[in-house]
Write a protein that binds this ligand. Structure first.
Ligand SMILES: [Mg+2]
Length: 409
């Protein structure tokens, strides 16, 4: 049984809680109220005027000139977010942050829906008492149902659904209400004749497989309210001792090839750092964040220790493929944890191929030590070199023409 706690209009509510004269008033949180920008959050009092997060500030001012425009304070929100996670651990150690204002709380498999909803009510009250903040909570037998239930009633909603309740609630609804189905995917699903979640639940599997690959059958399962994604508690999420690299893309990207190239580049950097600092590791993790700042962290343990970038990349790519549903990515990260010191005795390879690739790796590391990190890079990490504006090492002129995908750093 899992809860998804979703803070109501989080940033705006925090500002209202900290500045009582804003209580009950339309509040718009933004980057810098004096400059052009976008709305980061709108209080529930501002929403009836049509103000929404992501909207241009100018438009918000036109729709709701009387609102209080407040400059956001990200450090404050993150600090509060961490305090909230701490609070949830009062009920269960199984707490996984999902975004700055959302977290999953796992209650184990022996708890029934009713008692789980009781816990949700207690958490809701505790958040209100301690932080003067409202939250909406979804309760369900898995992450998918909990997440979608949380959206049913807002603000301060509490919705508990079992799989049957999920189907009764969501089958009549538009396909885009299914978690993981963005506008683009929705268009493709509709073009096959499936308009509601219920339609998708009854779609023939072979058809979905042909149209969407491995994602197809997973989508159908989701339409039935089934989901086996594990909950990864945050204190165990990534080992304290880990090495990773992450990159915020200049613009949201759903270009598979670009994401793959980026994973390879990051894996290469992580492998290089492990080798330079004399470590090997056996847990590979991938971090993906979308434009709604929802973060997915997935990891897997390998059968052996490694510092090899290709090995890291293979697992990072597999994790990405398993967990990415096609929505545009804002941030990508690769890390390796479960580290151990690489002792000279461990360098005996079992297979000649291993020995050869290790020798190659060593030679390439020496080249980099002498000539710099960019002197040798994996070919695959440059496969996006034809993207306009990308000048690999200053040798090609930028070309004009628009194509989806940001200019690589
Ligand atoms: Mg929220």
């Amino acid at each position: 049984m899992i809860l998804l706690v979703d803070m109501d209009a989080f940033f705006a509510s925090v500002e209202q809680a900290h500045h009582p004269h804003l209580l009950g008033q339309p509040v718009v949180v933004c980057g810098d109220p004096g400059r052009r920008g976008v709305v980061t959050a709108a209080s529930y009092e501002a929403r009836p005027f049509g103000v929404r997060a992501g909207m241009a500030l100018g438009e918000a001012r036109r729709l709701c000139p009387q609102a209080h425009y407040v400059e956001g304070n990200p450090e404050k929100y993150v600090a509060l977010s961490l305090q909230l996670l701490e609070l949830y651990t009062t009920w269960s150690p199984e707490v996984e942050p999902f975004s700055v204002d959302e977290a999953f709380v796992g209650l184990g498999s022996r708890v029934a829906l009713g008692p789980a909803a009781e816990v949700a009510r207690e958490i809701q009250l505790a958040i209100l008492e301690r932080f003067q903040l409202g939250a909406s909570i979804g309760v369900g037998p898995n992450k998918l149902v909990a997440k979608m239930a949380a959206g049913v009633r807002k603000p301060r909603g509490l919705t508990a659904l079992d799989e049957e309740g999920f189907r009764a609630t969501f089958w009549p609804r538009d396909i885009q209400e299914l978690w993981g189905v963005g506008p683009k995917l929705a268009v493709r699903i509709r073009s096959l004749g499936f308009k509601t979640v219920g339609d998708l639940a009854h779609a023939p599997v072979p058809l979905l497989k042909t149209a969407f690959g491995i994602v197809g059958p997973a989508l159908r399962e989701a339409a039935w309210g089934r989901d086996e994604t594990p909950l990864v508690p945050y204190h165990r999420g990534v080992d304290a001792k880990s090495m990773g690299h992450e990159v915020t893309l200049p613009e949201d990207c759903d270009d598979e090839r670009y994401i793959e190239c980026t994973l390879l580049r990051l894996s290469d950097q992580v492998g290089r750092r492990l080798r330079t600092e004399g470590y090997v590791g056996r847990i590979v993790a991938v971090k993906l964040r979308n434009q709604r700042f929802e973060t997915v962290l997935r990891q897997r343990a390998l059968p052996e220790f490694t510092a090899d970038h290709l090995r890291i990349f293979q697992h990072a790519r597999a994790l990405w493929r398993e967990h990415w549903k096609g929505d545009p990515v804002r941030l990508i990260g690769v890390s390796v944890s479960g580290l151990a010191r690489r002792s000279p005795g461990e360098q005996q390879e079992l297979l000649p191929a291993d020995a050869r690739s290790r020798r190659l790796e060593r030679a390439l590391d020496q080249v980099r030590d002498r000539l710099g990190e960019a002197s040798v890079v994996p070919l695959g990490s440059l496969a996006h070199r034809r993207a306009p504006g990308h000048v690999p090492f200053g040798t090609l002129p930028a070309r004009s023409g628009a194509r989806r995908g940001p200019t690589p750093p």
